[in-house]
Design a binder for this molecule. Structure first.
Ligand SMILES: Nc1ncnc2c1ncn2[C@@H]1O[C@H](COP(=O)(O)OP(=O)(O)OP(=O)(O)O)[C@@H](O)[C@H]1O
Ligand SMILES: [Mg+2]
Ligand SMILES: [Zn+2]
Length: 228
């Protein structure tokens, strides 16, 4: 986030001053500043492949309209959704547009000045594992993952992992669940029992309550690109 005030109200300090009474009060941008500070060093960039996605262009215009409409409705009310801890869960076979749609949601959140962290689950688990020797930075990472306005986890269930790491994932999801903070997830595991076996039933249960499920169907559209 830049140093200036997103609302052009303060001098960039996050505080405003009432000259008459000589008192300081919080600027509207201050909550954002706090959120961004908590999100520091988390991965917040939209990957290059998805940077230019838009609701108005293919491939999004080629995806099942009912699902796109639900995604668009969510994205256009993003502040309200994040304030209520609501999330989306895109599920479907490989190459059906799950990550594309999820990135549109992350983009909307980030354009609205909200803090976002974007990870594939394997990468998130690696980062958690990498910090576990340094107690401080480990706790710090988990705190930041709990505090961001939107946690976008891509490819949930893509990789089997250890019980210890699953416990960490559970604690992040549970922390967000308790604080009513939004998550957006994608998975191509359609069988609930299989997903529970991969990431534990307790984690799946919380995600189910936090998210609206948006099922995608169809074939792998990456193959279209080859035949075109
Ligand atoms: N309905 C569609 N019509 C045309 N192209 C599509 C459609 N859905 C996705 N694509 C294209 O297919 C590719 C894969 O899309 P995306 O990464 O969103 O899929 P995914 O569902 O996340 O796949 P995976 O499960 O492998 O992660 C992209 O190049 C995307 O532009
Ligand atoms: Mg994907
Ligand atoms: Zn301000």
């Amino acid at each position: 986030m830049s140093d200036g005030c997103a609302f052009d109200l303060c001098d960039g300090s996050g505080f405003r001053y009432d000259l008459a009474s000589n008192t300081a009060f919080d600027c509207r941008c201050r909550a954002q500043r706090v959120a961004h500070a908590k999100a520091r060093n988390l991965s917040a960039v939209i990957p290059r492949r998805y940077r230019d996605v838009s609701f108005d262009r293919p491939p999004v215009t080629d995806i099942e309209p009912r699902i796109v409409t639900a995604t668009r409705r969510f994205a256009s009310a993003i502040d309200d959704q994040l304030d209520h801890g609501r999330g989306l869960w895109f599920m479907g076979p490989v190459g059906t547009g799950k990550t594309t749609l999820a990135m549109l949601v992350s983009k909307a959140a980030s354009d609205a000045g909200r803090s976002v962290a974007i990870y594939s689950l394997p990468r998130l688990l690696n980062e958690i594992r990498d910090t576990h020797r340094a107690e401080r930075s480990h706790v710090d990472l988990l705190d930041r993952l709990t505090a961001v306005d939107l946690l976008h986890i891509d490819d949930v269930g893509a990789q089997r992992t250890t019980d210890w790491v699953l416990e960490e994932l559970y604690s992040i999801v549970n922390g967000r669940y308790e604080d009513q903070r939004s998550v957006v997830i994608t998975t191509n595991i359609l069988d609930r029992d299989e997903l529970c076996a991969q990431i534990t039933a307790r984690t799946v249960s919380r995600l189910t309550e936090m998210c609206d499920e948006l099922p995608l169907v169809g074939h792998d559209h990456r193959m279209d690109l080859r035949t075109a």
